[in-house]
Design a binder for this molecule. Structure first.
Ligand SMILES: C[S@@+](CC[C@H](N)C(=O)[O-])C[C@H]1O[C@@H](n2cnc3c(N)ncnc32)[C@H](O)[C@@H]1O
Length: 238
């Protein structure tokens, strides 16, 4: 096996194990640490996705769906058929309990999705892309599973645009959040991994560029809460 292939496998194993450890506290911590802003962000994603869907018989794939919050919001707001996929079974189990059959949940790796080319009208990924061993391959896989002319939406932490807000946010994100997250989840490492992975992740314009390089057209982004998070969207060419 190639050296980088084995490093990618190792990375995926660590990520899967980490989310398996915190799955039971994941939702509580998401809402607590974000002051429930995460729910508003997911509603914005679902509303933007709804604008891209032409009929209620459309299909949407939520990749790295975790405990299913975005998948559920997509289902409620768009009325589309929603499939959620994730490679961490404990996260999917929680999703299954919450979505009670409304969302089809399938265990799968975002870098090797178990779907044929061009299956979905829209694919979304929320706070998942940053966890992949290779962002470019993740974008290529998202593009592969949407129909030509379909859309991909990426919700991810980003760079606050306001220079006054940035140091305040960094203090919260790098110092307070790992401490609080560690206390509630019992896994401090998961909540030090969070700011570290965000720091390494491309900012708004870099991610736009990566999406264009992956072949998407009409790429654009919307800053959420001053750029703490950003929603990027791009269209797979016809
Ligand atoms: C931060 S959580 C986000 C969950 C959910 N999308 C949300 O908005 O709350 C990241 C999720 O990505 C999943 N994940 C990370 N790497 C993955 C991969 N290679 N394939 C599938 N799922 C992956 C993890 O298991 C975890 O459930």
């Amino acid at each position: 096996m190639l050296e980088n292939e084995s490093a990618a496998k190792e990375h995926a194993g660590r990520v899967r194990e980490m989310f398996g450890t915190i799955a039971g506290r994941y939702d509580l911590l998401n809402h607590l640490l974000s002051g429930n802003v995460d729910k508003r962000w997911r509603r914005i994603v679902a509303n933007r996705v709804r604008e891209k869907l032409s009929s209620s018989s459309s299909s949407v794939l939520d990749v790295a769906c975790g405990t299913g919050d975005l998948a559920l919001t997509l289902f409620e707001i768009t009325g589309a058929g929603v499939v959620g996929t994730d490679f961490c079974r404990p996260m999917l189990k929680i999703a299954a309990g919450k979505t009670s059959g409304r969302i089809r949940l399938i265990e799968g790796d975002a870098l090797d999705l178990p779907f044929r080319d061009g299956t979905f009208d829209v694919a979304t990924i929320a706070f998942g892309l940053r966890n992949l061993a290779n962002v470019e391959s993740g974008l290529a896989e998202l593009s592969r599973v949407v129909k030509p002319g379909g859309w991909v939406a990426v919700l991810e932490f980003s760079r606050p645009a306001n220079p006054i807000m940035r140091p305040l946010f960094n203090f919260y994100f790098r110092k307070l959040l790992p401490w609080m997250g560690g206390l509630v989840s019992g896994s401090r490492s998961a909540y030090t991994y969070l700011p570290a992975s965000v720091q390494k992740f491309p900012d708004q314009s870099q991610l736009s560029l990566l999406m264009e390089q992956a072949g998407f057209e009409q790429v654009g982004f919307e800053n959420l809460t001053g750029g703490i998070a950003a929603l990027h969207m791009g269209r797979r060419p016809e």
